[in-house]
Ligand binder design. Structure first.
Ligand code: SF4
Ligand code: SF4
Length: 163
């Protein structure tokens, strides 16, 4: 029997998961994103000039207006700019509900499209720690979607030792 029962993982399971990750280095096991928003809190994407133009146009703004409102210069790459940060993180992060969202999701930068949730990502583990209660990790609270729940359980079950 492994540590997973009825969609609930014990605190020990998550602790052993973290220990295992630490011992083995970054594990790249993908998991469904549970939209904790930590990655968008910590990072603001960097955009090349062409992508800046594309996002500005998608939002119906001139490049000048878009940059003034939403981006700041990035000194290490000529012409590249970075989304501004607010106290909550990326300027386009909506963290007002239980599951974080991106207010420009259909037009989000490529670097955001290329980012995927995984058990080797500190951001995702940080998000997991937020929802770990004193005893249980309520997987039902992580995902509304049953397939996502099953995907998460399968990902961590594959890392757990059998008893
Ligand atoms: S653009 Fe959207 S997906 Fe990318 S960091 Fe900002 S909030 Fe997150
Ligand atoms: S930190 Fe991971 S789980 Fe949380 S929103 Fe980002 S990719 Fe998704």
């Amino acid at each position: 029997m492994n540590h997973l029962t009825n969609g609930l993982a014990t605190r020990a399971t998550i602790d052993s998961l973290r220990l295992e990750l630490a011992a083995e280095g970054a594990d790249s096991t993908p998991i469904p994103c549970f939209r904790c928003g930590v990655c968008c809190e910590k990072w603001q994407p960097l955009l090349a000039p062409e992508e800046l133009r594309q996002v500005a146009a998608a939002l119906g703004l001139t490049l000048r207006a878009f940059n003034r409102r939403y981006t700041r210069p990035y000194p290490l790459r000529r012409g590249w700019r970075q989304f501004k940060a607010t106290a909550a993180g990326c300027t386009f992060l909506d963290a007002t509900s239980r599951q974080a969202g991106c207010t420009i999701h259909p037009h989000r930068p490529q670097v955001c499209r290329d980012w995927h949730a995984g058990l080797g990502k500190r951001e995702c583990l940080s998000g997991l720690r937020r929802v770990v209660g004193p005893d249980l990790l309520p997987i039902a609270l992580l995902y509304d979607d049953a397939d996502d729940r099953a995907g998460f359980v399968a990902a961590i079950a594959g890392m757990m030792p059998s008893e």
